[in-house]
Design a protein around this ligand. Sequence first.
Ligand code: HEC
Length: 178
Amino acid sequence: MEKSKATCEPKNHRVVYNLFTISFMTTKIVFILSLACTLLIAGCGSTKEEKPQPVDTSAFSEGAKPAEQTPAAKHPGEQVYKSYCATCHQANGKGVSGMYPPLTSSVYIENKDSIIHVVLNGLKGEIEVEGETYNNYMAPHSHLSDQEVATVISYVRSSFGNNYDPVTEADVASVRKK
Ligand code: HEC
């Protein structure tokens, strides 16, 4: 008899207690989940920071190798391109539809004089590139040196899927004189 009394009382308490714990647990779960998310995000950030470490150790063992590879892999005209062309034609040369034509079509690029002329004197009026019509204006870039124009054009002619031979400073100088 004593045992049944003892088991009965806590049962009533449990119902109330359970309702209370359920609501308490949900807030607790939400809190834990948000904490877990923050930890995950913080964790991702720290793994990104950790990644360069193995590269650093290899740099120690094989000295100047990574430093030599970087400039060799990059075309010298890439920096000029980023400074003077990428704002409009984009870093990937794909341009902006309806605004800035891509530099992936052969039309103005395969002919040396034609692309030198566009860069030095700019371009105005209706043109069609890769089936799309552009009627915009590109400012002249005659303030760039023959060397800068030659290197940037050589970069364009050998990037974005283009495969044409480089342009020399003499090529640029001769078009500039015309
Ligand atoms: C301020 C924006 C702007 C900048 C900077 C610019 N261009 Fe252009 N470019 C244009 C526009 C706009 C056209 C199309 C003009 C038209 O509609 O007649 C164009 C056309 C061209 C064309 C001929 C069309 C084509 O897509 O083949 C070439 C080649 C070209 N640009 C190369 C360059 C190079 C190389 C540079 C950097 C030296 C450069 N542009 C910088 C806006 C720009």
